[in-house]
Design a protein around this ligand. Structure first.
Ligand SMILES: [Zn+2]
Length: 316
């Protein structure tokens, strides 16, 4: 939980060589006695909706806030110092990356708009594939940053996209076999405004996959529509092979997956190709070896993933 700092004077004195770096001593992170809002505002919203048809009363699910304290001694007087929870990755950085990709790889990357956010910010949708090849392809859908505070998810997304458009033999094979639908940033409003988990309507959109509401949680609603469209476009024997949502975790380190294999006993007709996980392993290994990320880990949350898969199956 060591924070990051960016000293304007240090950056200027070093001609930009000193950037974001870990800082602080006596770091402590603990639950305090201040009561916060209900743990899930969206669940409360659903409960209110459900209460019209059910007389069951649910107690409010209150949680307590947390405190992060640390000591930081500035090297310079009259300095401006910014602090961050993890290495920043902004909406502008994402847009610049997408623009550069489209210009550099016009035959591999196609860009469109998934939807507009609540505040009117555009959510880019990338399609990455070997579009010159007419061989039948399956879909792989990847998204990230539904939780805006989890910037390592964006660094992972950056590495994944750069790998998928590269000349690496595995990337070439992947482009021949798949159309990758990539949503780099599901919660741009939260990223721009510095939210940790919620969108600008106060909803944790990662808890909205079961019942997304178009005007309250448009990115998740449209992402689910995209998944459904991909599922319906392909034949029943050629479904969406994987949906992977990138997160980061404040405690868990390195990279790990949660996946929906446990659902196989409930839904035996799900087609699961374990090779896609091997491909993902290869990608992650490549990202690790590239060494270009200061700090990252990946977490595809199994509850969310299961929820999405179940929802898609039910809608078919
Ligand atoms: Zn998350």
């Amino acid at each position: 939980m060591r924070p990051l700092a960016f000293s304007c004077k240090a950056a200027k004195a070093s001609n930009g060589r000193v950037r974001w770096h870990r800082c602080g001593d006596s770091v402590a992170y603990y639950t305090n006695h201040y009561q916060g809002p209900p743990a899930s505002t969206f669940r409360s919203h659903l409960r209110k909706s459900a209460s019209t048809s059910s007389k069951t009363k649910h107690p409010p699910n209150f949680s307590f806030l947390s405190t992060l304290s640390f000591v930081y001694i500035s090297q310079y007087s009259q300095d401006t110092v910014y602090f961050a929870y993890s290495y920043p990755y902004t909406y502008t950085m994402m847009r610049n990356h997408v623009t550069a990709l489209t210009a550099e790889h016009p035959n591999t990357v196609k860009t469109s708009t998934l939807c507009m956010s609540v505040l009117g910010n555009e959510l880019p949708l990338l399609s990455i594939s070997d579009f010159a090849s007419s061989s039948p392809k399956q879909y792989a859908v990847v998204s990230g940053r539904v939780h805006p505070g989890e910037t390592p998810a964006s660094w992972m997304m950056l590495g994944l996209i750069d790998f998928l458009v590269s000349a690496h033999p595995i990337a070439v094979q992947l482009r021949r076999r798949f159309v990758f639908k990539v949503i780099p940033m599901l919660n741009p409003d939260g990223v721009i405004n510095g939210n940790l988990r919620c969108n600008m309507n106060g909803f944790d959109m990662n808890r909205c996959w079961s019942h997304p509401v178009p005007n309250l949680t448009p990115p998740v609603y449209c992402a689910k529509k995209l998944l459904k469209m991909c599922q319906q476009t392909n034949t029943p024997h050629n479904p969406v092979r994987i949906f992977c949502d990138f997160h980061a975790h404040r405690c868990s380190k390195r990279i790990f997956f949660f996946h929906f294999f446990q659902l196989l006993c409930v839904f035996p007709n799900i087609v699961v190709d374990q090779r896609i996980f091997l491909y993902m392993d290869a990608i992650i290994l490549w990202v690790l070896r590239s060494g270009c990320f200061p700090y990252f880990y990946l977490n595809a949350v199994h509850n969310l993933y299961s929820q999405i898969v179940v929802s898609i199956i039910q809608q078919r």
